[in-house]
Ligand binder design. Structure first.
Ligand code: MYA
Length: 470
């Protein structure tokens, strides 16, 4: 996953980076700015306020290749992936990067008896922990690790800021296991320095229903990067999951690894265009004034569809049927229990909002739309510290015409605006293409690759993906 922004802004940032690379003084200035912003947002990881010569050289190298070191050594595009060696991933049960599977099924088969009961060894300065997400203090530790070190966009302008409440929601669905919230701590001061998580999810890939885990929030502290800690985290969570007789996983990443089962893109709908332009998320179009841009993206004050309202607990049984029936048509999709739908779709302030359309005069629900709240830190900006973003989650309509999609998601935009969101993001999954263009979404620079672990199946087209990971 990568913290996305509009593709035009990405081009502008790339151009800035190219300019910076040709001017030593510009580089020194931007380096100083970057360093003071990270030290002001972080109390524990405090690099010295001036970068060393070596750090400057590293930064220059990053600017020249135009892509963030924040995603490890993995490439961001398919061309570079084709020539990469993948020392770790070539040892794992995943298709090779140039393979195009036509068959369906597991890549390797093992038995629980063959799985070690002992954790993978770590260097002596580190130790494993299972994070207790019911303990506020430990949630705060995960929050801080991610707040300071998790996914940034290619130009290191924005970093995801998952709230503590969001992390509780994302990591404690029905059937969650504490031992799948894997932490690495410093042996000396017990500080959390790395994390990876798994949650259970029944998935369907084409016709096969398979019990999987969703892997997310893989994070290694910036000071410990490129030391091959990520492969150890991945092997350890695999071991802990295998001990429960589960052998498949689904995950997403902004980087290209062997081998995506689907490759999707982010789209962005401005709700607060002035702020988005001010922080470099998007650019003022040629021949457009700020006033005209603001007018272009204005939405109505109140939702327009008759019967549109917030989802309530009593809606859950009907919504479960509506959602599962809808997801049935996609080649890669979760299969939800009623309890899971209750967990994932029930509104939680500042985390997830969901709305239904109730047919006037009846109890029948015809539509569902939902979005989650995922702000990003605006790195080193003098005025703005946070980008408030809504992300499209699961949307369903029983009457899937283009017009209905425009009306339903138009109302979702209105609700997001009421909640003071700056931007509404959506992937080109499911039937989202039906509304993206009409509702003035722009294509982003963020690609999102979907992966299956230990499962082979043919490539899934973008609009056949029925899964949204957080
Ligand atoms: S995606 C979000 C990932 N997190 C970030 O981008 C946050 C910022 N970055 C970091 O914290 C670090 O850069 C990370 C890498 C931790 C990403 N997924 O330790 P290294 C490979 C998988 O020296 P570091 C999410 O959370 C890379 O190709 N592999 O590198 C889903 C190389 O392998 P190879 C990745 O930069 C995670 C190796 O790691 C990723 O210090 C799904 C280098 O290791 C990536 N995003 O740390 C995980 N990035 O030599 C897989 C780099 O082969 C789950 N690499 O090229 C698999 C299923 C497990 C369960 C199975 C159960 C059955």
């Amino acid at each position: 996953m990568s913290a996305p922004k509009s593709s035009e802004a990405a081009a502008a940032a790339a151009a800035n980076a190219a300019n910076a690379a040709s001017s030593a003084s510009a580089k020194a200035d931007s380096a100083t700015a970057a360093s003071s912003s990270s030290s002001s947002s972080s109390s524990s990881s405090s690099p010295s306020s001036l970068l060393s010569q070596a750090d400057l050289l590293k930064l220059m190298a990053t600017l020249r290749v135009g892509s963030g070191g924040s995603q490890g050594t993995a490439p961001k595009d398919v061309q570079s992936a084709a020539v990469k060696e993948y020392k770790f991933w070539s040892t794992q049960p995943v298709p090779k990067i140039d393979e195009n599977p036509t068959e369906h099924g597991p890549i390797e088969k093992k038995r629980v008896e063959d799985i070690s009961k002992n954790p993978y060894p770590l260097p002596s300065s580190f130790e494993w922990d299972s994070i207790d997400m019911t303990d506020d203090k430990q949630v705060q530790e995960v929050y801080t690790l991610l707040y300071e070190n998790y996914v940034e966009d290619d130009d290191n302008m924005f970093r995801f800021d998952y709230s503590p409440d969001f992390l509780r929601w994302a990591l404690m669905p029905p059937g969650f296991k504490r031992e799948w919230h894997v932490g690495v701590r410093s042996a000396s001061n017990k500080k959390l320095v790395a994390f990876i998580s798994g949650i259970p999810q029944m998935m369907r890939a084409y016709k096969d229903k398979v019990q999987m885990v969703e892997i997310n929030y893989l994070c290694v502290h910036k000071k410990l990067r490129s030391k091959r800690l990520a492969p150890v985290l991945i092997k350890e969570i695999t071991r802990r999951v295998n001990l429960h007789d589960i052998w498949q996983a689904v995950y997403t990443a902004g980087v290209v690894l062997p081998k995506p089962v689907a490759q999707n893109r982010y789209y962005h709908r401005s709700l607060n265009p002035k702020k988005l332009i001010d922080i470099g998320f998007s650019r003022l179009h040629r021949n457009m004034t700020m006033a005209r841009t603001i007018k272009l993206y204005k939405v109505a004050e109140q939702p327009q569809l008759e019967g549109f309202r917030s989802l309530r607990d009593s809606d859950i049984p009907q919504v479960t049927t509506l959602l599962n029936r809808y997801l049935d048509q996609f080649q890669l999709a979760p299969v939800f229990s009623e309890e899971e739908v209750r967990h994932w779709i029930t509104p939680r302030k500042g985390v997830i909002d969901a709305y239904v359309v109730q047919q006037p005069g009846t109890n029948k629900l015809t539509d569902l739309c939902s979005f989650y709240h995922l702000p990003s830190t605006v790195i080193g900006h003098p005025q703005h510290s946070t980008l408030r973003a809504a992300y499209s989650f699961y949307n369903v309509t029983a009457n899937p015409t283009a017009e209905r999609w425009h009306d339903l998601m138009g109302d979702a935009l209105i609700m997001a605006k009421q909640l003071d969101m700056d931007v509404f993001n959506a992937l080109n999954v499911m039937e989202n293409e039906q509304f993206l263009k009409h509702l003035k979404f722009g294509e982003g620079d963020g690609h999102l690759q979907y992966y299956l672990y230990n499962w082979k199946c043919p490539q899934v087209p973008t609009n056949q993906v029925g899964l949204v990971l957080l």
